[in-house]
Design a protein around this ligand. Structure first.
Ligand code: 5GP
Ligand code: ZN
Length: 114
C-alpha cells in the first residue's frame, strides 16, 4: 500500500528503529513509547486491521503472538508481566491502518485500559 506509514517504514522509505526482522514480520520501536518497553510487531504484508484477517492468516497471527512472548522474555519481562494488544478502529484508538501488535512492559499497566 503506497500510502501506508508502516509499509513505507518496512520498505525503507521512512526511517524506523527495527529491533527484529524475519521473512514475514518486523518489530519496530514505537516512536512514542508508553512504557519502558513498547514495540510493535508488524507483518510485512499489508493487512488493514483485525477485521481484515482471513483463515489463511492464522499462522501469521500465531507468529506475531509468539514473537511478542519472545521479545518480552528477551527483555526480562516474561515473569514480571507485559501486555500485547491490537487496537481496532476508531473507538479503540487505531491510528495506523496496517495491523500491529503493541507489546508493552516495564511498569504496572492498569486495567481496564482507558
Ligand atoms: P495505533 O494507535 O494504530 O494502535 O498505534 C500506532 C502506533 O504507531 C502508535 O503507538 C504510534 O506511537 C506509533 N507510530 C506512529 N507513527 C510512527 C512512526 O513513524 N514510527 C514508529 N516507529 N511508530 C509510529
Ligand atoms: Zn501497510
Amino acid at each position: 500500500m503506497s500510502d501506508c506509514l508502516f509499509c513505507k517504514i518496512i520498505g525503507g522509505e521512512i526511517p524506523g528503529k527495527f529491533v527484529y526482522q524475519d521473512d514475514e514480520l518486523v518489530v519496530l520501536q514505537d516512536i512514542n513509547p508508553q512504557a519502558p518497553m513498547h514495540v510493535l510487531v508488524i507483518p510485512r504484508r499489508h493487512i488493514a486491521s483485525l477485521n481484515d484477517l482471513a483463515a489463511g492468516d492464522d499462522a501469521l497471527v500465531g507468529s506475531m503472538l509468539r514473537r511478542a512472548a519472545a521479545l518480552a522474555k528477551d527483555h526480562g519481562y516474561d515473569q514480571r508481566g507485559y501486555r500485547a494488544v491490537f487496537n481496532t478502529n476508531r473507538e479503540a484508538g487505531q491510528t495506523v491502518f496496517h495491523i500491529h501488535l503493541h507489546v508493552l512492559a516495564g511498569r504496572g499497566l492498569t486495567w481496564p485500559p482507558g
